[in-house]
Design a protein around this ligand. Structure first.
Ligand code: HEC
Length: 116
């Protein structure tokens, strides 16, 4: 049991180390740490699956920051984004916007099929 756990921990650590250089090259680890909470919905590094909710990767930093500030102020209609944006200071939102702007977007996924 103990050995198995140690092995899994080592495997996780190895995976984390493998991911590190790419993330570090794009921005500080701090910014990625803040942005990581967004990955659940907007996809890893902001490349969302099927474009829903919209991908954030590689988008204009000022546009992203403006969207986030509008969510925070309640100026832009949203279901969940008001709560998310309010959890951060303006400085943190800027770091997050900067992080996503610096990510290379993957090829856009095909639009989700509707109907059938
Ligand atoms: C629980 C899922 C969820 C999480 C977590 C989440 N979002 Fe969102 N996001 C959404 C949804 C859904 C929308 C569409 C607007 C709405 O309904 O709130 C959205 C919309 C957006 C938009 C507007 C995109 C556009 O083109 O209109 C931005 C920017 C955004 N989110 C950034 C973020 C950032 C930055 C974080 C992390 C701090 C984050 N989101 C975390 C679900 C999420």
């Amino acid at each position: 049991m103990k050995i198995k756990f140690a092995f899994r921990a080592a495997a996780l650590l190895a995976a984390a180390v493998a991911v590190w250089p790419a993330a570090h090259a794009q921005d500080s680890a701090g910014a990625r740490g803040l942005a990581a909470t967004c990955f659940t919905c907007h996809g890893t590094d902001g490349n969302s699956v099927g474009g829903v909710p919209p991908s954030l990767a590689g988008r204009n930093k000022d546009d992203l920051l403006q969207l986030l500030k509008d969510f925070k102020a309640g100026k832009r209609p949203a279901t969940v984004m008001h709560q998310h944006a309010r959890g951060y200071s303006d400085g943190q939102l800027e770091q997050i916007a900067g992080y996503f702007a610096g990510v290379k977007p993957v090829a856009p996924a095909p639009a989700p099929r509707r109907g059938n």
